[in-house]
Design a protein around this ligand. Structure first.
Ligand code: FAD
Length: 403
């Protein structure tokens, strides 16, 4: 009987199994995950879950797996791949055979190499178990310091503010979400977070965390002591490539795949946060994308190939980040040197920024303008010939460029 093994039971890994069954794949499916849970949604972990407002995070109920003959092996880690015999070895010494293997191992948080990170109430946020402990400790937290003004840091900062804490966010960069966002949109989010009472400190770094057992303060490189009874570190992730590296697949800031999401071994694909790929929307280079859209769409692409319908992965990347009442949506991918064109009033409660690379639309960031976001996805997919002048003109009908 044919069989597919999937390492990593997160957003991407689960979707491969679901899509295969939807397309009537008859073989065996093993879904191997090292977390002791059914696959769950991570986005609420920094938002509704901490507020106690998230429902069930499971992406499918426990019963789904038996009903669809998906062998969910939860709480076990894949430690070796034998590419010649097409077998995966698990940490309990059991072995899973495959005809096709999908590596969907995701990423883990980067740790901060400074003294004091081992103190109590210092958190990273990636897993449900981390979020559960964080939620418990948030109840008593008065002063919260967030290290890293990226998406997760700012989502958490907004949540902690809502829960009544005094929140300070610090970052080595000179603006929030600096690696991903235009200067105009960074300025919008700086202003809006400050309005809700979040204190933002840029061009600075945490030098050490102070405290005996639990953290009591953060000392910055410029000598400031910020009182803190809880610290969240959100300084980015590193891809979980170890199991791929043990069997000599090409690894370079992620597991390298071609336009079909196939690794250097035709029997092995890789998808989601761990996969390094390129396509026409990404401006030439190879990237890893960390988003639900990318994980899900790549999974569908690989499932279709396993079912005999190979297609290059060509989806327009899109992403959202909810930071309190602020809604950021992005379509496409920015790169440095893009021309920024603002649509709407950046001083108002909603606006969009259109980014052009070599005169062509590359990315659209929207704040509270969901209609622009939906249109942007279509404009990018159709490679519509929007000019910067048209984008800047609020009377220009963007729809007129669509077929
Ligand atoms: P993961 O979901 O990380 O799944 C990988 C799984 O594989 C993990 O369970 C891991 O433990 C397991 N694993 C790794 N190695 C092994 C091994 N050797 N053996 C067995 N199992 C292994 N995205 C958005 O688009 N919008 C958002 O608002 C948003 N918010 C987020 C908020 C938080 C707090 C976090 C953490 C992420 C957020 N994301 C958001 C990102 C999104 O959740 C990820 O892009 C998505 O989960 C990636 O899916 P994945 O399957 O590639 O990886």
């Amino acid at each position: 009987q044919p069989s597919v093994a999937i390492i990593g039971a997160g957003q991407a890994g689960l979707q491969v199994a679901v899509s295969l069954r939807e397309q009537h794949y008859e073989g065996r499916i093993a879904l191997i995950g090292d977390e002791p849970h059914v696959p769950y949604a991570r986005p609420p972990l920094s938002k509704a879950y901490l507020l106690g407002e998230a429902g069930d995070l499971a992406l499918r109920p426990q019963t789904y797996f038996a009903q669809h003959r998906i062998d969910l092996i939860a709480g076990k880690r894949a430690v070796a791949i034998d590419r010649t015999r097409r077998m995966v070895g698990l940490d309990d010494e059991s072995v899973i055979e495959y005809d096709h293997l999908v590596l969907a191992t995701g990423a883990r948080n980067r740790s901060l190499p400074i003294p004091g990170v081992e103190l109590g109430n210092v958190f990273l946020l990636r897993t449900l178990d981390e979020a559960a402990l964080l939620r418990e400790r948030m109840a008593a937290a008065k002063n919260v310091v967030v290290i890293g003004a990226g998406f997760i840091g700012l989502e958490f900062a907004a949540t902690a503010t809502k829960l009544g804490a005094n929140v300070t966010v610090l970052d080595v960069a000179d603006r929030p979400m600096a690696r991903a966002l235009s200067k105009t949109m960074s300025a919008v989010f700086t202003r809006e977070h400050e309005k809700t009472g979040v204190r933002l400190m840029f061009n600075t770094q945490a030098m050490r965390l102070l405290g005996e057992q639990c953290v009591t303060a953060v000392e910055t490189v410029d000598g400031k002591i910020l009182p803190a009874d809880l610290v969240l570190i959100g300084i980015g992730v590193i891809p979980n490539v170890e199991v791929a590296a043990t069997c000599n697949l090409t690894v370079e800031n992620g597991i390298v795949v071609d336009e079909f999401l196939q690794t250097s071994d035709p029997h092995i694909s890789s998808i989601g946060d761990v996969a390094a790929f390129s396509n026409r929307h990404l401006g030439g280079g190879r990237v890893r994308l960390e988003s639900v859209q990318n994980a899900s769409d790549q999974a569908r692409c690989v499932a279709a190939r396993i079912m005999g319908q190979p297609d290059a992965y060509d989806a327009v990347p899109w992403f959202w980040s909810t930071q309190g009442s602020l809604k950021l949506q992005m379509a496409g991918l920015p790169s440095s040197g893009c021309e920024e064109v603002v649509r709407g009033d950046p001083n108002a409660s909603k606006c969009s920024v259109f980014l052009f690379r070599d005169g062509k639309l590359a990315c659209v960031e929207t704040h509270n303008r969901p209609a622009d976001h939906m249109l942007a996805r279509r404009l990018l997919a159709e490679r519509a010939a929007l000019t910067p002048d048209q984008a800047a003109d609020p009377t220009f009908d963007l729809k007129s460029l669509l077929p």
